[in-house]
Design a protein around this ligand. Sequence first.
Ligand code: DHB
Ligand code: MG
Length: 230
Amino acid sequence: MVNDSSELSGLQQQAKTRQNIVEEITRKFAAEDEGLKHALKAAKQAGLPEIQISPIQGKFLQLLAVACNAQKILEIGSLGGYSGIWLARALPANGHFITLEINPTHAELVRNAFAQAGVSDRAEVRVGNALDLLPLLEHEAPFDLIFIDADKPPYPQYLDWALRLSRPGSIIVADNTIRSGKGFEEPQDEGMAGIVAFNNRIASDPRLISLDLAMDDDYTDGFAISVVRQ
Ligand code: DHB
Ligand code: MG
């Protein structure tokens, strides 16, 4: 039909406009330096999936870290160290960034990426299952910002730990909470069950003020952002 094709070209135009906006914002506010580029290249060479956050999301994490005057940041799930570099760079010189990684080979890759990016003085990788490592962090709490980006089924448990390891004013961010809208539907697998439960929890927990924001490259996935209330 005539209307279908004009509607389609309108949608294509919109998608193109959005893509241009992402590119312009990235160029102006979130350009990658050699350290970040090295982390991406090394992760790709090691065969890691290319599912790291976008540059805009990295800059957004930095903005949140500075907004809450973060001195201590915790990340659950390192992948190739890309988000860790963004986060560690938002810290003051005496700040501390801890990232939890289950895969020892990936952890070594991440340490190397941190060294290349010049953040080894403040960024530490701990190897193990996050649910085993989190209880050991209680004496290092509270963390000012906690970024959850690991396996999806335990997201609600990670939220429990984030609440336990935070303080009023801490910011809790979780990646992949939208998933093209599946984050709000009846879950079809364990991963989505974790994410749907996470969204339900942060939307209703009186200790938090929360919002899901679509902010990946095509606005179909994004972050859940929660602030721990005073
Ligand atoms: C997957 C995990 C992620 O953290 C992500 O950002 C994208 C995809 C995944 O497991 O498929
Ligand atoms: Mg992710």
